[in-house]
Design a protein around this ligand. Structure first.
Ligand code: GTP
Ligand code: MG
Length: 193
């Protein structure tokens, strides 16, 4: 994907504030601190466009970034930071399920998981939730720069096993530090357009 332009567009906490231009949207979901905001910056080559922090819970709103004047990347608040509720829906918060369940513009979701560790309970719940709702989605396993290639492969297999993934379900090792996986992620995203 050639990035011609990328810029912060708007922040929303309710449906009235979503963009009204009808452009397609791709959302990034994942545990707090997994690197969603960092990934948006790396994918678009815009250091510091999305705010990042080593403290979990940085992104608390839905933040829309307009890419090539053609589509939005949507930075979602991390799960695991929002208050724990009875169901996945209440855990992700009303803000999130309102968006994910009622947004015709949403073309697909990228679920981020930390490649260094096996999927945690909330990763598994989020995965099951996305599956159950039939979302087009794939997994990006972030922070690959922290691991050797052989450790990456070992952990990718653990992720696939733990989530019972079908052979053809994409899990892309990624690093928001080094840019590993950027092209592969864009290729998957382009399948939705
Ligand atoms: P919330 O907004 O709290 O949901 O977090 P987030 O998922 O947006 O995470 P964010 O992008 O703010 O990154 C969290 C921390 O992880 C920051 O200190 C980043 O520098 C670091 N980080 C993100 N991606 C990577 C990566 O690929 N490799 C390494 N080594 N660090 C990363
Ligand atoms: Mg964030």
């Amino acid at each position: 994907m050639k990035i011609i332009s990328a810029k912060y567009a708007l922040t929303a906490v309710n449906a009235k504030q979503y963009p009204t231009d009808g452009l397609p949207e791709i959302a990034l979901a994942g545990r707090s601190n997994v690197g969603k905001s960092s990934m948006i910056n790396k994918l678009t080559n815009r250091r510091g466009m999305a705010r990042t922090s080593s403290t979990p819970g940085k992104t608390r709103t839905l933040n829309f970034y307009l890419v090539n004047e053609a589509f939005y990347l949507v930075d979602l608040p991390g799960y695991g930071y929002a208050k724990v509720g009875k169901t996945m829906l209440s855990e992700w918060g009303k803000m999130l399920d309102t968006y994910l369940l009622n947004r015709p513009n949403l073309k697909g979701v990228i679920q981020l998981i930390d490649l260094r560790h096996p999927p945690m309970k909330n990763d598994k719940e989020a995965f099951a939730w996305l599956m159950a709702h039939d979302f087009p989605f794939f997994i990006v396993a972030n922070k690959a720069d922290k691991l050797s290639r052989s450790a990456q492969n070992k952990n990718l297999k653990i992720i696939r096993d733990e989530l019972n993934l079908a052979k053809d379900f994409p899990v892309i090792p990624f690093s928001a530090e080094t840019g590993q996986g950027v092209e592969e992620v864009w290729q998957e995203i382009e399948k939705w357009q």
